[in-house]
Write a protein that binds this ligand. Sequence first.
Ligand code: T5A
Ligand code: NA
Length: 210
Amino acid sequence: MNAGKRGALIIFEGCDRSGKSTQSQLLVALLNSKGIPALPMNFPERSSIIGQVINSYLTNSKDLPDEVIHLMFSTNRWEHMNYIKQNLHEGRTVVVDRYSFSGVAYSAAKGLDFDWCYAPERGLIKPDAVFYLRAPPADLTNRTQYGEERYEKVEFQGRVAKVFDRICSEQGSYWHQFDATKPVEDLHAQIASITEELLPKVGTQPLEML
Ligand code: T5A
Ligand code: NA
């Protein structure tokens, strides 16, 4: 429907159980229903060899130094960059559940240096929009399955949320912040309207790097 025009790279970010998967699936379904090619992705992408190591770390069956797991999360994004780039250039919008900002937020929340954490993310494709689902972590603990993985502790999520807030204020206008405690349908309507405004604009813009 838009020959020669690229798709958009759209990212969902937020603390655990903030509703990223829910909203990214709704957005992809909406775009596809309108004949706009869009595909979902998520990081960590757990099927690659590196992704399998990350999965065993997250499910607490494997321990790794903080620096090592940080670099593995970043590597996991790098190993999928050509795939993302190709899809964007072929006109498909890629909707991603977590990206570099999760990488920085979770590792900086453990005490690693913010700039050190951001360094391996430089050169990855810069998103056209980030939808940040923001909520006080205590408001998310009653959502299903909370508490099963390594990072799902309220106190730690609070530190993660602070880093997300910092990144949101530093990154500027391509970040859109939402109250994640609002009903699913309200959030979806807001996200859909921003996306519909965005897509025609990015079509002819060159990709930028983080
Ligand atoms: N991580 C990740 C790093 O440390 N570094 C990195 O570089 C990256 C990429 C796994 C962990 O890895 C860390 C961060 C994570 O701790 P993950 O696989 O994305 O990351 O898993 P989680 O974020 O833990 O969990 P989810 O992604 O599954 O949570 P979502 O997607 O935010 O939430 P969702 O949509 O599944 O919803 C959770 C529940 O809430 C309900 C849903 O129905 C569901 O039951 N819900 C709502 N309820 C009320 N109101 C709403 N608005 C709701 N929206 C959803
Ligand atoms: Na998710």
